[in-house]
Design a protein around this ligand. Sequence first.
Ligand code: HEC
Length: 257
Amino acid sequence: MFQRIKYSFPILVFGIGLWLSFPSCKHEPLFDDIIDPIDTTSNPMDTIPVDSMPVDTFGIPCDPDVIYFEQDVLPILQSNCAFSGCHDVASAQDGVILVDYDYVIQTADVEPFNLNDSEIYEVLVDSDLDDRMPPAPTPAMSQDQINIIAAWILQGGLNLECDPNAGGCDTENISFSDFVKPLLQNQCQGCHSGATPSGGIDLTTHVNIKTYADNGKLIGSIDHQAGFEAMPQGGAKIDDCSIDKIKSWVDAGALDN
Ligand code: HEC
């Protein structure tokens, strides 16, 4: 009896320690005090594919000062890196796969809060063009895109989520320079720019973008309408609110405003 207590006590202590040391899954502490976990055990909507039903984030407004992986970082990686021949699952150049959060964390050497030790950041700003990503002759990412990835690492490299439609979707007076241009820059220009843009479509200037706004291909492709190629190719569909904003901008004449 004495022996059993003697041995089981350290095991118990070790067990509790192990349990306490497990990282909290799902939500990072940032959200703990602002949302109650939603009980989905008897939710009839459980049959809907997870992707189309962001139960966990529904109603959580996005904080403009926070970088969200899915909304802010992933589209940049998808349009600049995560395609065939480079960093999709099948190609995995240098073992690096940039198609989703888990792969990025496992393969891209993200050191939370530390830019200099984060390979994924280092390669973007490497002055040696042989090592710089995306590799020359593809131009470097824009400074805005590099800043987003840097800010994400400096905020801890987390997979925070929010609901871009929380608080409604304001589609009034959409500006090309404040909204449409940056969105296309992050989500489309990785493929639709340079000497040989995908599909022969360059989406870097207002004049070009207006052409595709006017002929219906811009909305047809991002809204995944029948008869159009779904864009961004290989990536997640743009959120509904952003699509509504772009539609509103197109309906108002696709101005250079
Ligand atoms: C990973 C690369 C990639 C990304 C990112 C991407 N595209 Fe494309 N896009 C392509 C390719 C390749 C084609 C040509 C497809 C074809 O014709 O089979 C294309 C075609 C198109 C077309 C013509 C569609 C049609 O039906 O004629 C439009 C418009 C377009 N893209 C807009 C966009 C927009 C807007 C975005 C960003 C929201 C985007 N693309 C992001 C690769 C990409």
